[in-house]
Design a protein around this ligand. Structure first.
Ligand code: ZN
Length: 139
């Protein structure tokens, strides 16, 4: 892998060491938690919507786990601000891999997609389209 990959690795480490939007929102529209038991990653996502109930205007996350899982949550928290809930629900694992910018091994893909899955499940629960206590990557 060339220089580009090193740059992305640096970016992942930077997000891991200096997570963006880390913490909890005081007035989230919805919050959800999830885990990746394979690796021990845990993520909580807080999302606040605009008055239109559609546009994401603030995101915070907290959690614990490996660099990929936490960096992915940090990057996603930045990416989601300004997007709509529909756009969030349309995201898939390729979007997460693109965001991270490195090849993710099959073993680590669950670490990478945990935050996205937690945010999406949280949105579906908020819309009344899903009923789960906690998201898990084992499903
Ligand atoms: Zn992990």
């Amino acid at each position: 892998m060339g220089l580009g990959s090193d740059m992305y690795r640096q970016q992942i480490l930077d997000h891991y060491k200096n997570p963006r939007n880390y913490g909890e929102l005081e007035d989230p529209t919805f919050s959800h938690v999830g885990e990746n038991p394979m690796c021990g990653d845990e993520i909580r996502m807080d999302i606040r919507l605009d008055e239109d109930n559609e546009t994401i205007n603030a995101v915070a996350f907290s959690g614990d786990g490996c660099a990929i899982s936490q960096a992915s949550a940090s990057m996603l928290s930045s990416e989601l601000t300004g997007k709509t809930v529909d756009e969030l629900l349309e995201m898939d694992r390729d979007d997460v891999v693109d965001m991270l910018g490195v090849d993710i091994s099959p073993m680590r893909i669950k670490c990478a997609v945990l935050a996205e899955k937690v945010a999406q499940d949280g949105a579906e629960i908020y819309r009344g389209e899903l009923e789960v206590e906690k998201t898990t990557t084992e499903d």
